[in-house]
Design a protein around this ligand. Structure first.
Ligand code: SF4
Ligand code: SF4
Length: 75
């Protein structure tokens, strides 16, 4: 029997994000990068990429100083 891989998903509040990159540096799965579009405060916010690789570990949310990331686990 194959071990079940946990699957996660994040949502980033791009208006709260200041583009500090802490989440990008912390994600073990390379699931976050900076957007090429800036937000209303003039920051390039983080965006969710390589979404199939997210394991829902929540490290990104833990390190975010602006509480801009919500993490969800799929059933
Ligand atoms: S929950 Fe974990 S794997 Fe998913 S984006 Fe955040 S740090 Fe990366
Ligand atoms: S850690 Fe938070 S504020 Fe910093 S880039 Fe990521 S989402 Fe934006």
């Amino acid at each position: 029997m194959q071990a079940k891989v946990r699957k996660g998903k994040i949502e980033i509040d791009t208006e709260r994000c200041k583009g500090c990159k802490y989440c990008i540096l912390t994600c073990p799965k390379g699931c976050i990068e900076l957007s090429s579009n800036f937000n209303s405060s003039g920051y390039f916010p983080a965006c969710f990429i390589n979404q199939d690789n997210c394991i829902g570990c929540a490290m990104c949310a833990v390190v975010c100083p602006d509480i801009a990331i919500e993490v969800y686990l799929e059933e």
